[in-house]
Design a binder for this molecule. Structure first.
Ligand SMILES: [Zn+2]
Length: 174
């Protein structure tokens, strides 16, 4: 296992639609282990493969996160290949951040409850329901696979302010 460098939002890999995974091989299993370790290391609730530079439809989510701003008592990492949201219900407004856009947060509207389906690393179909903070995390990670970032959900004025803030942060932290 290894901690992988996380690409920031200026990296073009984060703007590209990720490819469907056709078969599960050892490389994918190793990538999943590394992504889970990377997610834990950066206290993330989720991580998409393109955030570590791999343009494939794979996400890691820590189901141990039950509430916003509350670190999990116990990690429950889940890997889903080719995830899809099959239903969305109601709305929620809440703060969102991204490991690829450090130190930037904004309120984003998302569905409150969702159903996700996909394939597990064992090759079996999986299906699960999530609500609240975890539902938000799944929507955020699935957006990554489409080449989208959370600030795309905001108006241009707001987004431009956050982009400037991020670039300033980057300059100070390079
Ligand atoms: Zn993100």
């Amino acid at each position: 296992m290894a901690i992988l460098p996380i690409r920031n939002c200026l990296d073009p890999v984060l703007r590209k639609k990720c490819d469907l995974i056709q078969n599960i091989n050892q490389g994918l299993v190793d990538l999943s282990d590394d992504m889970i370790e990377t997610m834990f290391d950066s206290y993330g609730v989720g991580l998409a493969a393109n955030q570590v530079g791999i343009s494939e439809r794979l996400i890691a989510v820590d189901l141990g996160f039950k509430k916003e701003n509350e670190k999990p008592e116990k990690h429950e990492p889940l890997i889903i290949l080719n995830p899809e949201i099959t239903s969305m219900e109601e709305e929620q407004m809440g703060q969102e951040g991204c490991l690829s856009i450090p130190e930037i947060f904004a309120d984003v509207k998302r569905a409150k409850r969702i159903e996700v389906k996909g394939v597990g690393l064992d090759g079996n179909d999986l299906r699960l329901e999530a609500e609240g903070y975890l539902a938000r995390a799944f929507q955020h990670e699935l957006d990554h696979l489409e080449g989208k970032l959370f600030w795309d959900m905001l108006g241009k004025v707001k987004r431009d302010i956050l982009k400037r803030k991020f670039k300033k942060w980057l300059k100070e932290n390079e």
